[in-house]
Design a protein around this ligand. Structure first.
Ligand SMILES: *Cc1c(COP(=O)(O)O)cnc(C)c1O
Length: 430
């Protein structure tokens, strides 16, 4: 790398491309990568241009430890308004008593709720990771598995659905302080009302982690867990299509415990530029246009599911209520890892995922997880997704023409351009 020759005066005025062409080039390369493949990773999305601008904005310069009008720093009058706006919008979109919009990401939302609801050593009951849970729901190597006594429920071997009678039996045995519902690879609706009954029976608090399906909830396409739960955690960057971050909703009685757990419990200064972007995301989530987008996410998931089943692939639970499908590859000659790699060759990006009762390790896995939010964001409709489904089952079939299939994916991407005219970062122009 050449030694930087800029003067201090130049550094004060110049944008990324002049100061660091190496990173500017890599950002451009990442944009081209995103544009040139069919993105089906269920936890990813392409956020709105308005959100990208907010993420690249000046509150990144501001320390604001504390909460609106209760800060430990001066000069917070503007970021107070930004954060208060984000809080009000989050409460309105989901119908919640209280919102905390400071968590840096999804993992931090769960850490904060556990801190608010439990003491180290207390028992929590959550969905097994290999059955669709999340590593922050008690994986041994995660903070959650190290700090708490974790008991898991799973899905039924016959239906691959949560068996609520079994959850109740386990809960009665282990008497958890906290029950966690929701996960990252469960294709069906999370029935928080049924978990509520169980939590009531055993005197447990209830958390729904809606990180994956929050966008569907905002659009009224998935039952809203808020009325049934003590706590709700979420990311903003999955179906919700906002910046990479998290937020917590809770009942008024837990508001102070949640706020204290986030700060000073586990975070320092909040990322106010990202909080501004969360406010934008919540504003968009309240629009009819966002509902249209989510309806298309659902329609595309159904179109893809149908096409894959017609092509002979097996889906866990036979389909989906949400934005994601789990292909069970056990009846095929494919492992999740091999299928993921084969699909990358035809410009389709998915991730390997364990299926319930998987005999392969998670690094290999026997399933692939497929989601529709990102490709829907760039304009893919039902017909496009039927074509994507055909590309997938042909690529995993006998003697596929990989070159032709890759060209077909590229043509779909050309027809549905991503961020036209953009170069991957907002440009500083003084
Ligand atoms: C994605 C996800 C998280 C964690 O989000 P990060 O932003 O990656 O920390 C937590 N819970 C569930 C269910 C998730 O799907």
């Amino acid at each position: 790398m050449a030694v930087a020759q800029e003067t201090l005066e130049q550094l004060r005025r110049q944008g990324l491309e002049s100061v660091d062409p190496e990173i500017a080039d890599l950002l451009g390369q990442e944009l081209e990568r995103q544009r040139g493949q069919i993105e089906l990773i269920a936890s990813e999305n392409f956020t709105w241009p308005s959100v990208l601008e907010a993420v690249g904005s000046v509150p990144t310069n501001k320390y604001a430890e504390g909460y609106p009008s209760k800060r430990y720093y001066g000069g917070c009058e503007v970021v107070d308004e930004i954060e208060a706006t984000a809080i009000e919008r989050a409460k309105a979109v989901f119908g919640a008593d209280h919102a905390n919009v400071q968590p840096h990401a999804g993992a931090q939302t769960n850490m904060a709720v556990y801190m608010a609801a439990m003491q180290p050593g207390d028992t929590m009951l959550s969905l097994e990771l290999s059955h669709g849970g999340h590593l922050t729901h008690g994986l041994r190597v995660n903070f959650s598995g190290r700090l708490y006594n974790v008991v898991h429920y799973g899905v039924s071997r016959e239906t691959n659905l949560v068996d609520y009678d079994e959850v109740r039996d386990i809960a009665k045995n282990c008497r958890p302080k906290l029950i966690v519902c929701g996960g990252s690879a469960y294709p069906r609706a999370v029935e928080a009302d049924r978990f509520r009954e169980i939590a009531g029976d055993v005197g447990a608090l209830l958390l729904c982690d809606m990180a994956h399906f929050a966008g569907l909830v905002a659009a009224g396409l998935h039952p809203n867990p808020v009325p049934h739960c003590d706590f709700i955690t979420s990311t903003t960057h999955k179906t919700l299509a906002g910046p990479r971050a998290g937020f917590i909703l809770c009942r008024e009685e837990h508001a102070q415990a949640v706020d204290r757990a986030v700060f000073p419990g586990m975070q320092g200064g909040p990322l106010q530029h990202v909080i501004a972007a969360k406010a934008v995301c919540f504003r968009i989530a309240a629009t009819e246009a966002f509902r249209d987008y989510q309806r298309q996410v659902r329609a595309n998931a159904d179109a893809l599911a149908e096409t894959l089943v017609e092509g002979g692939l097996e889906l866990l639970t036979g389909g989906t209520d949400t934005h994601l499908l789990q292909v069970d590859l056990r009846p095929t000659r494919w492992s999740g890892k091999d299928a993921e790699e084969r699909l990358a060759e035809v410009k389709v990006t998915v991730n390997r995922n364990t299926v319930p009762f998987d005999e392969r390790p998670p690094t290999v896995a026997s399933g692939i997880r497929i989601g529709t939010p990102a490709a829907t964001m760039r304009g893919f409709d039902d017909d496009d997704f039927r074509e994507v489904g055909r590309i997938i089952f042909e690529a995993l079939g006998d003697a596929p023409e990989l070159g032709a299939l890759a060209a077909q994916s590229e043509e779909l991407c050309r027809r549905r351009p991503l961020y036209p005219g953009f170069r991957g970062f907002t440009t500083y122009a003084a």
